[in-house]
Design a protein around this ligand. Structure first.
Ligand code: HEC
Ligand code: HEC
Ligand code: HEC
Ligand code: HEC
Ligand code: HEC
Ligand code: HEC
Ligand code: HEC
Ligand code: HEC
Ligand code: HEC
Ligand code: HEC
Length: 308
């Protein structure tokens, strides 16, 4: 197991990676790569042109403009310059609206995929490469289900709630429950985040950051990656054969209590006198792994039975 310093380094590393991503991102294009056809997504836009003037909007939307001011978008889309298309890149051409305000052009009138298309004008690719096929898009979740771009409600990434996990728990309450269990990944301690393991914008498997579950786990638990001289088949197959990802009432995030876990696959544990080996009275717990100390795999020449 890694030491406390390693853990600290993970946290700092994640934070640093975030900052670097931000710096390089801000330098990127400020105009849409692919503009939405506003009339196609809402015919009420027909005949409207871009006003391109925040101060016009501010005459009637003082609070909205105030809330928007400190966001990254306000800076990225033109530093408050008059000619910048700061509001209408997301709200569409508004000349008709300025003359006759009504809600017929409302964002909420768009379908979920249309709402996302508005954002994807500038945010296609990168982590959102797999957005279309991803579970959230397929589950009718849009960018604005998690992001509130009209004000800074979170420290970073303009989320709807103060933090990533709080945003997720709005819909995934069962994960909050699991994260409260005795053994859990330190998300509520703030040492990691849902995004440490998940790319919620879309990926190959279960919205994980890597192509496979094991690859995701071994980015941090490299010592379990192998290959080993003596492999333990279920470890190669999937860490989830024995571990919960979020939380468990069993120690070490195990899916079942020590010996019961092993015995779910090894009916007699390879031992004739089973009770002698299944020592649940060991103060450290552990059962089988008191002797089978290398259950993740062994590199010892005589480690075939995981006893060294
Ligand atoms: C990056 C995209 C984006 C930009 C830029 C943007 N908005 Fe919004 N705005 C939204 C979205 C999305 C909603 C709707 C949120 C919802 O319905 O969940 C919204 C909602 C609103 C609302 C409805 C009330 C509210 O606050 O929710 C007003 C008014 C508004 N925006 C005005 C503006 C003005 C004025 C500007 C420019 C200063 C602006 N917006 C810039 C995306 C944007
Ligand atoms: C003359 C006043 C006025 C001006 C100028 C104005 N709005 Fe509005 N806007 C309103 C009113 C009133 C509503 C509420 C309409 C309703 O709910 O029926 C509204 C609603 C909105 C909404 C929420 C509903 C929707 O249509 O999406 C957005 C977003 C919005 N305005 C954006 C803008 C932007 C961007 C500008 C500047 C280009 C702008 N408005 C200029 C008066 C104005
Ligand atoms: C006109 C282009 C444009 C549109 C449209 C747009 N964005 Fe952005 N967005 C940017 C730029 C530029 C940045 C600055 C960083 C970057 O380049 O990614 C940014 C940054 C962000 C960030 C990062 C904030 C942070 O603190 O790290 C989020 C989240 C985001 N946008 C979400 C959205 C959502 C959600 C929508 C749709 C409602 C949207 N954007 C629409 C251009 C746009
Ligand atoms: C299920 C919730 C959720 C949905 C849906 C979602 N996001 Fe995000 N988004 C997040 C979270 C959480 C982060 C912060 C990720 C991190 O900490 O690395 C983020 C980060 C971002 C960022 C900043 C970092 C980056 O990836 O460049 C942008 C831009 C962004 N989202 C845009 C979008 C757009 C555009 C959509 C819709 C196509 C969208 N998001 C849909 C939760 C979501
Ligand atoms: C607005 C509701 C909503 C929010 C907020 C939300 N999700 Fe989801 N999530 C869904 C829906 C709907 C699905 C797809 C149906 C399902 O599997 O339950 C889903 C699926 C998932 C899956 C399963 C993917 C799979 O292939 O099995 C993961 C992982 C996930 N979400 C993580 C997150 C994380 C992390 C956040 C916060 C950053 C988040 N979600 C925020 C609604 C939401
Ligand atoms: C240590 C990595 C890790 C962290 C941290 C993590 N997850 Fe997961 N999550 C996974 C893995 C792995 C799976 C897939 C489990 C499987 O396939 O057996 C998963 C599955 C899910 C699912 C699909 C349904 C389910 O429960 O299996 C949801 C929803 C989800 N995670 C949400 C979240 C949320 C919300 C957070 C943050 C509070 C979070 N995850 C943090 C690794 C993680
Ligand atoms: C982003 C880094 C990261 C990823 C990815 C990750 N972990 Fe962890 N893991 C940690 C940290 C940090 C701890 C807490 C260490 C501690 O407190 O001793 C931990 C602890 C554990 C523990 C011990 C829990 C306990 O109660 O002592 C197990 C088991 C574990 N992780 C398995 C997994 C599995 C399985 C996956 C893949 C689904 C995974 N980890 C992915 C960082 C990670
Ligand atoms: C055959 C069941 C099984 C599988 C599969 C498995 N583990 Fe474990 N894991 C255990 C057991 C049992 C413990 C407790 C070991 C002990 O107490 O000595 C444990 C403990 C851990 C720990 C915490 C203690 C330590 O050794 O650092 C981490 C981290 C961990 N496993 C990561 C993983 C990862 C990553 C994978 C996938 C590559 C994985 N495990 C697959 C059974 C398994
Ligand atoms: C998901 C099923 C599964 C679980 C759970 C599991 N194993 Fe295994 N184990 C296997 C398989 C499959 C093999 C390979 C058997 C073979 O090659 O004949 C194996 C091999 C072994 C071997 C080497 C056997 C030999 O004949 O060389 C030992 C020792 C062992 N496991 C101990 C454990 C212990 C201890 C646990 C609990 C920590 C455990 N196993 C949990 C499936 C499992
Ligand atoms: C007191 C130490 C000890 C305990 C406790 C223990 N084992 Fe073993 N186990 C061994 C030793 C030593 C071997 C190797 C015997 C050999 O080389 O022939 C072995 C061999 C095995 C084998 C391989 C059998 C074979 O046919 O080669 C399996 C499977 C196994 N144990 C599973 C378990 C399970 C499951 C548990 C918990 C219920 C467990 N062991 C508890 C010491 C122990």
């Amino acid at each position: 197991m890694r030491g406390h310093n390693d853990r600290r380094r993970w946290a700092v590393g994640l934070a640093l990676a975030g900052c670097l991503a931000l710096v390089s991102a801000v330098a990127a294009a400020k105009t849409p790569d692919k503009t939405v056809d506003w009339v196609a997504i809402n015919p009420a836009f027909d005949g409207a042109t871009f006003v391109n003037d925040v101060s016009t909007c501010a005459t009637c939307h003082e609070d909205a403009v105030k809330g928007f001011g400190p966001t990254l978008h306000a800076k990225a889309l033109g530093h408050g310059t008059a000619e910048a298309n700061q509001c209408e890149s997301c709200h569409g051409p508004r000349s008709k609206h300025v003359e006759n305000p009504s809600a017929e052009l409302a964002f909420s009138r768009l379908t979920t995929p249309q709402q996302s298309a508005v954002c994807l004008q500038c945010h296609q690719g990168g982590p959102r490469m797999g957005w279309k096929a991803g579970a959230h898009n397929q589950g009718d979740v849009s960018c604005t289900s998690c992001h509130d771009v009209m004000a800074n409600k979170s420290e970073r990434a303009m989320l709807k709630k103060a933090s990533g996990p709080e945003t997720c728990y709005e819909c995934h309450g069962e994960v909050r429950g699991n994260m409260m269990k005795a053994s859990h990944h330190p998300v509520r301690e703030g040492a990691m985040d849902c995004a440490s393991c998940h790319n919620v914008h879309g990926s190959k498997q279960a919205l994980l950051v890597k192509n496979t579950l094991n690859e995701t786990c071994t980015t941090c638990h490299a010592e379990k990656r192998g290959p080993f001289l003596w492999e333990h088949a279920p470890v190669r197959e999937s860490c989830a054969n024995c571990h919960e990802a979020h939380g468990s009432s069993n120690r070490n995030l195990l899916t079942a209590k020590d010996s019961f876990l092993c015995l779910s696959c090894h009916s007699y544990g390879g031992h004739i006198n089973l009770p002698r080996y299944n020592r649940t009275n060991n103060p450290l717990g552990g059962g089988c792994v008191n002797c089978h100390i290398t259950t993740h795999g062994s590199n010892h020449p005589s480690g075939a039975k995981q006893t060294r």
